[in-house]
Ligand binder design. Structure first.
Ligand code: 8YV
Length: 315
């Protein structure tokens, strides 16, 4: 029997590529010099799209595959998939929730620690010989006991909060409504008020049109010159120009970012700032989690084409 044809939007590690290629006929969109040509030649045979969180699938891609049945996303965020186009064309969408939650929370908390304690500069201080020639490293800011705000208390936000409790932090959060986690975390509905109540503001919202630039000038002003914003969600949740202005003018203290507009080609203004920690969108980037994500991408595709229930459907 002919293999089902799948459009592969981005690369995967070998441990995913091998079983994908065994089970399906994969068309490597990202490798094609002539991408419209690839879609024109194979679009009508393609029944599935395997993509990555940050790459998604836009309307043009979806509509170039008139027999498309499923889009399997390697990532919890599916904001880069045109869900309207998918649903209009009866295309199922799946993502990889849960398996990455704790790694993303780990990295967010690590970013707070690294930036607050100046660990990147401290490492350079040792390697450059400054420790010997100039003496002690400048003092940095304490983390434990401070106020943390979690903007978006979903699965990842909740895991961030659990970790921060271990640092004896005063934890507040925003979400559509108060959540009953039996914790003593404070619910503050408004993002500006949450920021005003925070030394560290974690952005852990699933991105959508409604959350675009939710962290803008007002939130940043409320966070203030001692505050830090940590983004482990999507760049679009922050107004990047407003953030860059605030970092340059030092009207906020610092930022720790794993995601950027137009990544990996980030705005060069970031590169000349020393009050921002820059990470290459790798919050889910551990062997364990990426293997689980890849398996879920495949298992959803296989379930669909076997006529079984999807494991982690979005629509
Ligand atoms: C990535 C992510 O998809 O889960 C998400 O939404 O953004 C990440 O886990 C990762 O970059 C792999 O493509």
């Amino acid at each position: 029997m002919d293999k089902v044809e799948i459009l592969q939007v981005g690369p995967y590690p070998d441990w995913d590529e091998v079983p994908l290629n065994e089970a399906f006929e994969m068309h490597r969109y990202f490798d094609a010099d002539d991408k419209p040509g690839l879609l024109a030649a194979h679009g009508k045979n393609i029944k599935g799209i395997a993509t990555r969180g940050e790459l998604g699938a836009d309307r043009a891609m979806i509509e170039a595959c008139p027999n498309l049945e499923i889009i399997s996303v390697y990532g919890v965020g599916y904001d880069a998939v045109d869900l309207d186009a998918a649903s209009e064309n009866n295309v199922r969408v799946t993502n990889t929730p849960d398996v990455l939650t704790k790694d993303v929370a780990d990295l967010g908390v690590a970013m707070m620690m690294v930036q607050s304690r100046g660990m990147i500069g401290a490492e350079k201080w040792v390697r450059s010989g400054n420790w010997q020639s100039q003496g002690l490293y400048p003092l940095m800011n304490r983390v434990h006991g401070k106020r943390a705000g979690i903007l978006g208390l979903g699965r990842i936000g909740y895991e961030v909060g659990k970790r921060l409790s271990g640092f004896d932090m005063d934890i507040a959060y925003s979400d559509i409504e108060a959540k009953d986690y039996g914790s003593d975390w404070t619910y503050i509905a408004n993002a500006v008020e949450l920021a005003a109540h925070s030394d560290f503001l974690f952005v852990t919202l699933a991105a959508s049109a409604a959350t675009k630039h939710i962290v803008g000038k007002q939130v940043l002003e409320a966070l203030g010159p001692e505050g830090m914003v940590i983004n482990i969600s999507r760049a679009a949740n922050i107004d990047e120009d407003a953030l860059l202005d605030a970092l340059e003018a030092k009207t906020i203290g610092s930022a720790a970012l794993d995601v950027f507009e137009g990544e990996p080609a980030l705005n060069p203004r970031f590169l000349s700032l020393d009050n921002v920690l820059l990470q290459p969108h790798h919050a889910s980037g551990t062997f364990e989690t990426r293997k689980a994500m890849g398996k879920l991408v495949r298992d959803n595709l296989i379930a669909h084409f076997n006529g079984d229930e999807l494991l982690t459907p979005v629509n």
